[in-house]
Design a protein around this ligand. Structure first.
Ligand code: MN
Length: 137
């Protein structure tokens, strides 16, 4: 099971994400702005952070940059939630330090499994081709 921090200022989305994750058996922490989210991340040290990009005050991309500068939080998997699906936005969230992103409106049937897949990917990065040789398993 994952320990998930959801940072999202929209109450409907926050409750939706929390419900989907808790029904799947995950533990959820929530924050509604970047400053509170960073503090919660330092305190809770979640496995994965769901980061809304459009937040009041400090936006989600700046929050990710700060998380990446802190030894306590720099290793946490961060998945951005963005209303924009343009390719350049995907590059922007990765440049800020996100491991991946999900576009709004989220697909409620795949939301949890998408996060699980992002976490698995970031914990088991694809091996370079050369290391695929040798023993199997
Ligand atoms: Mn928002």
């Amino acid at each position: 099971m994952m320990r998930v921090l959801v940072i999202e200022d929209n109450p409907f989305n926050l409750e939706l994400f929390q419900d989907l994750l808790e029904v799947a058996g995950h533990t959820v922490f929530t924050s509604m702005d970047a400053e509170a989210g960073i503090a919660q991340a330092r305190q809770s040290l979640p496995d994965i952070i769901v980061m809304d990009i459009g937040l009041p005050g400090m936006d989600g991309l700046q929050a990710v940059r700060l998380l990446r500068q802190d030894d306590r939080t720099k290793g946490i998997t961060v998945v951005a939630v963005t209303a924009h699906a343009m390719k350049e936005d995907g590059e922007r969230v990765r440049a800020a330090g996100c491991d991946g992103y999900i576009t709004k409106p989220v697909n409620t049937r795949t939301f949890v499994s998408d996060l699980e897949a992002h976490l698995a990917d970031s914990q088991n990065p694809t091996q370079p081709a050369a290391s695929a040789d040798g023993e199997s398993g």
